[in-house]
Design a protein around this ligand. Structure first.
Ligand SMILES: [Zn+2]
Ligand SMILES: [Zn+2]
Ligand SMILES: [Zn+2]
Length: 737
């Protein structure tokens, strides 16, 4: 007979850092410890979640395993510490009050989509929260948009003015309840209320009206997506000519009727972040053509708040749900503000009395290389951090000028703000300053330096210069690849490919077609697109035909005609063309560029696909879209990044009547071949792809596949966008000496 020794009693302390507050972690630990007959306590401290459990050693090991395996779905653990202590002889397990003193390094959580339990209650006529638009629990509900300060406790949120009723308080205080310490806990008796009815909203939508709805991260503008008239009116009033609108569908099943949805796309739609997912539309549905006519995708999201669930249950048709703003301005969040700013846009308002602390747009995600690629990082993701391999100095990174986000580096974590937008307007610059303020306050962060873009005229650079802190100026395209390398924990030397719209180069030219050999913090530019002149500088970003005119002028010399394209229009452009020709001939106001984004514009124009960008990257998007399902290995010549032979070939193809789809494919394939050429000669095993051009899925997937087939390890973005929304991370990382 084996003698079983009585297991020694020990005490284990576990400290978890990351997104561990406001996700039901303490009740989970309480239930687990109680179930396993362990004594001890759990508490939320500003430094993280701390647990001490006491019991037989084996049980403690098992506890440690189950803590990891069964922890709340919404939690993100970025660091764990374990310490074995002597037993104290404790007899019960308790949840202790928050300890507020240690440094603030706990992640603030993003807003989480309504969970299954809360949704069931919402539609259960016997439940006391039946049809209550503000229900939530520790597994779901608003977080980042209601938190004023940390630790994340009710008095530090905009729920502080709503006094819990006895029943809600009981739930809030009962560790066994799903709403234990759910800070926004509320019910129809004690919680926020709608100022208006869902029925009236549905009636307005059916009548073809534009509705402004106060959502989670700000106001949204809603219209019936099947009604082309109202979609047109929304475009007009919002000053948004062609940029696609996103849709909210009543349910996943209904979304399937409109779009092709792969299992991993369904998972994204139903995830706690509940982003807008770019999907392939099915042909012949009743979605109005002007919702997204120039895009190969439909941006679709599912209801993510109880209010949205109730609304979509009533109107079972797809709605446009777009940010409540005029184009290029931040989204409106306050009731009074919305009444003023949206009064010329919306016909009908639905507000409520739960304040929103900060604007947070809906995030945009698209499946790339089989996983989620974030294109706009906001609700559901912000302000989660990216953990990097090395400790960083306490630096504030202020991002770029377009698609701005800011970031702070706290040890090994870089916390990123939500997408703020283009810093063109006073409102946007206000939101930018507020985001900096927010991050610094929420993390008690005092920056010792500011990282900014090299570009002398970015609003973010100007702010940095006036901050009074030491400046670290970071080259735009180096920041792009640094961000991608950091989030993929790339160690050692790599080839950083930074293809972009525009960015300020080290030589003062506009870069955007760069290859860097990166090693030990050094960025050597080993290849780039052959330089060409951009007539009018920044104007050429919108007027893509100017890039075409310049390249044709280079290739054909004086014989070049103004590029004739499908969009050739009335009178004025002709005049502009003469002017541009004069500029090129005399080298007046012509800025040198190596931007692949501008090469896209030129090819889109010469091939007759698009003459201008009515929104950033439109021509490139149309050119990618043109390929459709065509698959070919044919490619134009782009050896050494010399676009000369390529431009001649595109022009010859256009004259010969080659279909635009084939021209588009040959162009994309030429870019892939050039990447392979440079990668082959650079002899670096690891390749990092970043920059706005890599929002192009065809290019990214083809390039990655070709490189992998050739034996390279390829890294693309995971947590931040490849566009300028990812710049701040790169700036923060590059501040490390
Ligand atoms: Zn819930
Ligand atoms: Zn209540
Ligand atoms: Zn960029």
């Amino acid at each position: 007979m084996t003698v079983v020794a009585k297991p020694a009693t020990q005490r284990l302390r576990v400290t978890l850092r990351g997104a561990v507050q406001g996700v039901g972690f303490r009740p989970f630990v309480y239930r687990l410890a109680t179930e396993m007959s362990l004594s001890g306590w759990v508490l939320n401290s500003s430094a993280g979640l701390v647990v001490e459990v006491e019991g037989p050693t084996e049980q403690l090991s098992l506890f440690e395993q189950r803590l990891e395996q069964e922890r709340p779905k919404a939690s993100v653990v970025t660091a764990r510490e374990f310490a074995w202590l002597a037993a104290e002889g404790s007899t019960r397990f308790e949840i202790l009050a928050s300890d507020r003193d240690s440094g603030k390094t706990v992640n603030v959580l993003p807003d989480l989509a309504t969970c299954t339990d809360c949704r069931e209650e919402l539609f259960d006529p016997d439940n006391r929260r039946f049809a209550y638009p503000f229900t939530n629990c520790t597994n779901c509900g608003p977080r980042y948009t209601i938190v004023v300060d940390i630790p994340y406790d009710r008095p530090n949120t905009t729920m502080r003015d709503f006094v819990l009723c006895p029943r809600c308080r009981e739930e809030y205080e009962n560790p066994a309840n799903r709403r234990f310490h759910a800070q926004p806990n509320a019910c129809p008796v004690c919680g926020p209320k709608l100022e208006g009815t869902i029925e009236d909203v549905v009636e307005a939508l059916r009548a073809g009206k534009i509705v402004a709805l106060k959502g989670i991260g700000g106001f949204q503008l809603l219209v019936d997506a099947r009604n082309a008239d109202v979609v047109g009116r929304l475009r007009q009033r919002k000053h948004r000519e062609e940029k696609p609108f996103a849709l909210m569908m009543p349910s996943l099943e209904e979304a399937r009727a409109y779009c092709e949805i792969a299992p991993s796309e369904a998972e994204l739609l139903e995830s706690q972040a509940a982003p807008i997912v770019l999907l392939r539309p099915r042909p012949g549905t009743d979605i109005a053509a002007n919702v997204a006519h120039c895009s190969p995708y439909l941006g679709v999201m599912l209801p993510y708040s109880p209010l949205h669930h109730l609304l979509m249950e009533e109107c079972r048709f797809p709605l446009i749900a777009t940010s409540g703003n005029r184009s290029d301005e931040p989204i409106a969040i306050a009731n009074d503000e919305a009444k003023v700013r949206l009064k010329d846009i919306a016909d009908h308002f639905l507000m409520h009395n739960r304040p929103i602390v900060r604007a947070c747009d809906d995030s945009v995600v698209r499946l790339t290389r089989g996983r989620a690629g974030i294109l706009r990082r906001a609700r559901g993701y912000a302000p989660l951090g990216v953990r990097v391999a090395h400790e960083l100095p306490p630096v504030l990174a202020v991002g770029g000028h377009l698609k701005n986000t800011v970031a702070i580096a706290v040890g090994q974590d870089v916390f990123l703000s939500q997408h703020i937008g283009d810093l063109e307007t006073l409102e946007a610059r206000g939101a930018f300053e507020k985001a900096i303020d927010d991050l610094c306050r929420l993390y008690s962060f005092k920056p010792e330096a500011v990282a900014c873009d090299l570009h002398p005229d970015y609003a973010s650079t100007h702010w940095a210069e006036k901050s009074g802190l030491p400046l670290i100026r970071v080259q735009h395209h180096q920041a792009h690849v640094a961000a991608c390398a950091a989030e993929n924990n790339v160690e050692g030397a790599y080839l950083g490919i930074s293809w972009d719209g525009t960015g300020y180069g080290l030589d003062g030219a506009i870069w955007g077609g760069e290859f860097f050999h990166v090693e030990g913090g050094r960025y050597e530019r080993i290849a780039h697109l052959r330089s060409f002149g951009l007539p009018g500088g920044d104007v050429a970003v919108r007027e893509g035909w100017r890039s075409a005119a310049s390249l044709l002028y280079e290739v054909l010399g004086a014989e070049s005609a103004a590029p004739d394209t499908a969009e050739q229009s009335q009178g004025k452009p002709r005049l502009d063309e003469a002017k541009v020709r004069y500029m090129l001939e005399h080298g007046i106001n012509v800025v040198a560029t190596t931007s692949v984004g501008r090469l896209f514009d030129a090819v889109a124009c010469i091939s007759g696909v698009a003459r201008q960008n009515r929104f950033e990257g439109q021509a490139a998007m149309l050119l990618e879209n043109e390929i459709g399902l065509l698959r070919t290995e044919e490619a134009y010549a782009l050896a050494g990044g010399d676009w000369g032979p390529l431009i001649s070939a595109v022009l010859a193809d256009k004259i010969a009547g080659v279909p635009a789809s084939l021209m588009a494919a040959r162009f994309h394939n030429a870019l892939v071949a050039w990447i392979l050429e440079v990668a082959g000669s650079a002899k670096l095993k690891q390749i990092v792809l970043s920059g706005g051009v890599f929002q192009n899925r065809y290019l990214t997937e083809r390039a990655a596949a070709a490189l992998e087939a050739a034996g390279f390890a390829v890294h693309t973005h995971r947590q931040v966008p490849p566009n300028d929304g990812g710049i701040a991370l790169g700036q923060a990382v590059m501040s490390r000496k």
